[in-house]
Design a protein around this ligand. Structure first.
Ligand code: SF4
Ligand code: SF4
Length: 137
């Protein structure tokens, strides 16, 4: 008969505070330094080197050759941080965000948006023209 052996343990634990955080009733506990949360991408810093595409084991990055940038499927990320380590310009960073569940299948995608793409195209075109002008001079 094992029940009497368990009784003192049960009674002791009834009086104790819960060992876990009561999320979502309370705020989540603070994350430690160097926590690997949701990936953040700064498109303006990206130089289109494709190092992230090469090292990512999860196929998160889609290279967009016409504008020399990447789009990201962050839902595929396994938080290994290899892309952050290899990115030469600091365009990729791991954030503290870890509440990533969503009902929207498209939400975890970081697209650039038509306006941004048009902006980048214009800048590339201007750079190309400036180079050609410099060559002629
Ligand atoms: S490694 Fe960095 S700079 Fe290179 S394509 Fe990826 S995000 Fe852009
Ligand atoms: S952290 Fe790892 S899995 Fe996530 S995007 Fe970067 S390389 Fe890919």
């Amino acid at each position: 008969m094992r029940a009497p052996i368990l009784v003192p343990t049960v009674l002791r634990n009834i009086a104790k505070k819960p060992a876990t955080n009561l999320f979502p009733k309370r705020e989540p506990v603070p994350v430690p330094e160097d926590f690997r949360g949701k990936l953040e991408y700064n498109v303006d810093k990206c130089v289109g080197c494709r190092m992230c595409v090469t090292v990512c084991p999860a196929g998160v990055f889609v290279y967009l050759p016409d504008i020399r940038k990447v789009a990201l499927w962050t839902a595929r990320c396994v938080f290994c941080k290899q892309c952050v380590d290899v990115c030469p310009t600091g365009a990729l960073q791991m954030s503290d965000e870890f509440l990533l569940a969503s009902y929207d299948n498209w939400e975890p995608f970081i697209p650039l948006g038509e306006e941004k793409i048009e902006d980048i195209r214009k800048k590339l075109e201007e750079q190309k023209k400036a180079k050609e002008k410099a060559k002629k001079a």
